[in-house]
Design a protein around this ligand. Sequence first.
Ligand SMILES: Nc1ncnc2c1ncn2[C@@H]1O[C@H](COP(=O)(O)OP(=O)(O)OP(=O)(O)O)[C@@H](O)[C@H]1O
Length: 314
Amino acid sequence: MIELQEVSKVFGRERAVDGISLTVANGELCVLVGTSGCGKSTTLRMINRLIEHSAGQILIDGRQIRSFNEQVLRRRIGYAIQNTGLFPHWSVARNIGLVPRLLKWMPARIDVRVTELMELLGLDPAVFAEKMPAQLSGGQAQRVGVARALAADPDILLMDEPFGALDPITRETLQDELLRLQSRLRKTIVFVTHDMDEALKLADRIVVMSQGRIVQQGTPQALLREPANGFVESLLGGADRGLKQAGLTRVAARMQPLGTSRPSRSDPSVGIDDSLRLALSLMLWHHCESLTVVDGTGRPVGTLSLHDLLKAAP
Ligand SMILES: Nc1ncnc2c1ncn2[C@@H]1O[C@H](COP(=O)(O)OP(=O)(O)OP(=O)(O)O)[C@@H](O)[C@H]1O
């Protein structure tokens, strides 16, 4: 668990972070969002002491971070950043093995771990292990960055705009992979982004910051339902909120199961785990008011009508 209690950071005359209090529970994925310069990265970097806080307390599992040896603390915490920070003259495998080497793991154990992580991140070790960072695409380099952050199996992962420099499709793929990894690994993650759609998709909890302070925190649904003020509302996309909320709700939550409904052969189909947003898009595209809901094997399991879908609207 990470706890920030009334934490501030002052640079010269500027109060970059101004008395924030925040608790991130074990296994939680907490996303910090806000406009440029609001203090997100500074907050993140105070947690692994890349930046020392000026006031307040930061605790990890109940222990003040200043009571840890700085190097030990940093090795306990995975850190992934935009543009990866990979060492350009080191191979992919050597980059991923950095922290285990610093921790003096046996070489054989490091090799096993590097191979395991490359497979976990969808990088074929036979193809990528000996490549140099300059030979990788942006998406591949980000995967290596995440693999490196996970190398010593830290409980905590700090991620600062890790997918920021990627094209939208690669970015979505890596977001999906992070969610898949997280459902397996259950790390405590603090993730910084200025992209609200990314925050809505990834977060268990979103923390909205402005001018060094926390303006609101809550689940994506709670923020969409009740933004605290006009600033949060505009970050959430204003009038697009209804669509964003539909993007967070699964078809399964609104469909009529077989028995109470009979699918029509001519209706297009939608997956039970797809979002209501996708269902609405399919209705608009096919000019229809009803969809057949199918499971992962393509078997019909119910129907979703426009009426069912609108019931979910805020
Ligand atoms: N090392 C530093 N020295 C002086 N001022 C700094 C330093 N690091 C950050 N700042 C200032 O602190 C404020 C917060 O910066 P920070 O990088 O935390 O914002 P951010 O929300 O992460 O922004 P962005 O989304 O643009 O990365 C900014 O005004 C920035 O100029």
